[in-house]
Design a protein around this ligand. Structure first.
Ligand code: ASP
Length: 288
């Protein structure tokens, strides 16, 4: 039994054409399916999915990251597995794959999260690809800001259950468009942007402050652990809390039974899913 969901952010604008993202996510989910069927771990599949989304510039993560108000590109990412291992980077400059650096941090015995230049030094020491010409590399965000059509957020994430029953979740972002200098959202925060335990793996996307205020990813997991809530209902409940605070966004989750759930209270959420009992699907605006 396996399951996989990816998301490309919950900020799509109804008037914009997302056909490139739909094609990309359609190819990616089939690739992920093949990896899981071949016995690849949930952790490696989550990393592989997010790396591709970071590299392509179609989403507000990695190459497509948006600048902050000072014009700097500072990236956030986190990853977690069902055996409670976690890694995260916050406000890291000029690296190709924040998610892979977060994954390397899973093996550090003494810390989980590194930030800013120190995180980049750590990435360099551990053989991760650095970006030397950041000014030129991070230019694709301009596609997200055609006049009258600003997509303020478009984080990417993935959650997976593998054939051995392991769960993993990961999330990566450039943050919200023109965010305040020094602002860090929910994406690198374990429990807000990303969570995985023995029951469920979750990735968040949306206006991060609301996901921090509600510890959104862990809030979903807590409902399942303490109240045995069905997956769909747990996601909806957490999103309702966010909505009551005035926030919007979405959540994706897979559980240890191979069930999948994708919920959002924004206009849409770019997303794709597959499982041993679900043929690949790709959606942007339609609700399930
Ligand atoms: N949650 C991200 C942040 O607030 C943005 C997003 O999901 O698009 O930084």
């Amino acid at each position: 039994m396996y399951a996989l969901i990816i998301h490309g952010g919950a900020g799509p604008h109804p008037s914009k054409d997302y056909s490139k993202q739909v094609t990309h996510m359609g190819e990616l989910i089939v690739k992920g399916q093949k990896l899981l069927e071949a016995g690849t771990s949930a952790l490696d599949v989550v990393e592989a999915m997010i790396m591709e989304m970071e590299a392509c510039g179609l989403y507000v993560a990695g190459k497509g990251a948006a600048p902050d108000e000072a014009g700097n590109f500072l990236l956030d990412a986190s990853i977690m597995t069902s055996d409670a291992k976690a890694g995260a980077v916050a406000a890291i400059p000029a690296v190709k794959h924040p998610i892979s650096i977060a994954k390397t941090l899973l093996h550090e015995p003494e810390y989980i999260m590194l930030s800013e230049a120190s995180a980049r030094n750590y990435a360099a020491k551990n053989g991760h690809t650095l970006i030397e010409d950041a000014e030129n590399y991070y230019q694709d965000y301009k596609d997200h800001i055609t006049p009258g059509n600003i997509s303020k957020h478009g984080t990417v994430g993935a959650v997976a259950l593998d054939l051995t029953g392991q769960l993993a979740a990961g999330t990566s972002t450039g943050g919200t468009l023109f965010k305040a200098a020094g602002r860090i959202g929910d994406t690198p925060l374990i429990g807000a942007g990303t969570w995985a335990d023995q029951n469920v793996a979750i990735s968040s996307t949306g206006l991060g402050e609301f996901f921090i205020q509600t510890a959104a990813a862990h809030d979903v997991a807590a409902q399942i652990e303490y109240a045995a809530k069905p997956l769909d209902k747990a996601l909806q409940h957490s999103l309702d809390k966010i909505e009551r605070l005035g926030g919007d966004g979405g959540l994706i989750a897979v559980n240890n039974k191979g069930e999948i759930a994708m919920k959002f209270n924004s206009h849409g959420m770019k997303r794709a899913a597959v499982s041993s009992s679900q043929a690949p699907i790709v959606r942007v605006f339609e609700k399930e």
